[in-house]
Design a protein around this ligand. Sequence first.
Ligand SMILES: [Zn+2]
Length: 260
Amino acid sequence: MTSPPIRERLSPNRDSRGEPPRIDALVLHYTGMQSGAAAIERLCDPAAKVSSHYLVEEDGTVWRLVPDELRAWHAGVSCWEGGRALNAVSLGVEIVNPGHEWGYRAFPEAQMAAVEALCGDLVTRHRIPAHRVVGHSDIAPDRKADPGELFDWPRLARAGIGIWPEPAAELARGRGRAVGVVTRAEALSHLARIGYEVVPGNEGPPLAAFQRRFRPARWDGRLDAETAARLAEVHAAYDEVRHNLARARRERFNAYRRMN
Ligand SMILES: [Zn+2]
């Protein structure tokens, strides 16, 4: 798929990524405002102190607000795979949607096609690994719910953007049942090893973020049997991707050594 034409409206809300600069994560958001125009104004308002690299309107128009090589201010206090403050190492894409506050609604086809093309280009160009394509709620579950349970993560995964294993059919049978103590500890360990920050005593928010993304039928933050089974399944998929990437890196390194 070719990347869409991009319009430009540069935001002053940006600074240096630091040295050495590194881009290895992609964070997807919804704007959570009443219109796309209002969102662009806010993301370019020096007083608001927020921004993103790109914004995708509901009709599929794509705006560049901050160049990739600079740090945009979209993630805030955040954590993924133990790494904090993701603004320094990530690209941020804002997707226009009123969000839960103003009337959350489905993302139109034209918008999703543009998101898919843009994100496909970004992960390819910057070699962003699939396990580091995240939603804002994944990295800040206490504060954020975006892009939310209506976002089509399976579609992006089919296009090679992020990870979304198809749920096994037997998962649904456990729906609603509670899980035991040992299983609970195991399930929370899956959650942490996928990449979520899990603070003892406050497991509800990261569980809800996981559900919004991987079991979007219900996102109550309760560890029911279906969620526990899904956690094991998603963790296995993430580990497989990480394992394959590590092996590919080793093979490239060995080929390089043989040549030199
Ligand atoms: Zn956000």
